[in-house]
Write a protein that binds this ligand. Structure first.
Ligand code: SF4
Length: 294
């Protein structure tokens, strides 16, 4: 383009403006028509003879089925634990030496924080020296202390034994009562001791003995998550059939003595091993659960 000339500009007639306005109007009409179709447009009836397709319920196929979640209290699992305990410890009974209900009561009181072996060393001489409940009732706790000293906590234990003897003579005619409520009125007797006497001597299943072994092992086997002995007992009473309560306690106590130690349990020798997910196992073929520990 030669210098000094400017390019030609569109004429200012307003013709282009009119075209622009017309185009805007046309596109606005088209938009309105589209909107009507989507909202207020009359619905055309479906042709006769054609039915709506039924909605089929979704059918879960085996491949989509969820795997069953692990339930430590499943009846099958609990039954298998009981079966294996029966095979391991078929005829176990109370390990405390005794000849009658009173001697068993005394031995059980003395066994707190002690071992059965230790108690069995003390009791033969003790019962020779004081052969009846009346003989114990005639003592003061201080007089009994030297005889039970080696079992530990001897002052409290002496008080409990002499107190229980006095109450049995005074209130129960010299006979150890065979009811839970009455046993619980004796000094030094809580549910554990009462369950030992009721189960082992009177053969009454009023509860489950929860001593240190039952406490530890029932938690390892995930039969309870509780720490409190009374709550553990309640949990065990729910999952163990009543006719197994007495034997189950004996078997678990023996298991605690033979294999399932508090420290370094002998898991490699334990026939419950593949049912046990305890976090503190020393050897395992199954997944271990962090909540399952002593
Ligand atoms: S596998 Fe181990 S922790 Fe579990 S019950 Fe047996 S000895 Fe106890």
């Amino acid at each position: 383009m030669p210098r000094g000339q400017t390019p030609r500009q569109p004429a200012r007639t307003g013709r282009q403006d009119k075209v622009r306005v017309a185009r805007t109007l046309l596109s606005a009409k088209a938009a309105a028509k589209t909107a009507r179709v989507g909202t207020d447009a009359p619905v055309r009836p479906a042709p006769k003879g054609r039915k709506k397709a039924a909605i089929k319920p979704s059918v879960s196929t085996p491949s989509s089925a969820k795997p069953k979640s692990y339930n430590p209290l499943a009846p099958d699992r609990v039954a298998e634990i009981l079966t294996r305990l029966n095979q391991l410890y078929p005829d176990v009974t109370c390990a405390l030496t005794h000849k009658n209900a009173w001697e068993l009561l005394v031995a059980t009181i003395l066994s707190a924080q002690s071992t059965d072996v230790n108690v069995n060393r003390v009791t033969p001489e003790l019962f020779r020296k004081y052969p009846t409940v009346e003989a114990f009732a005639a003592l003061t706790p201080e007089q009994l202390e030297p005889d039970v000293r080696s079992t530990g906590f001897f002052r409290n234990k002496s008080k409990s034994v002499v107190g229980a003897a006095k109450k049995i003579v005074a209130d129960f005619g010299g006979q150890v009562p065979d009811e839970m409520e009455k046993l619980l009125t004796l000094p030094g007797v809580a549910r554990k001791t009462a369950n030992v006497v009721l189960g082992s001597w009177f053969k009454k299943a009023d509860g489950v003995v929860v001593d240190t072994h039952v406490h530890r092992i029932s938690r390892r086997l995930e039969l309870t998550k509780q720490h409190d002995p009374q709550k553990i007992e309640q949990d065990l009473m729910k999952v163990i059939p009543r006719d197994k309560w007495i034997l189950f306690s004996h078997q678990i106590i023996w298991h605690g003595r033979k294999l399932c130690y508090a420290r370094k349990p002998k898991c490699a020798d334990c026939s419950l091993e593949n049912l046990c997910h305890a976090a503190d196992k020393t050897w395992s073929t199954v997944e271990m659960h962090k909540d399952a520990k002593a």
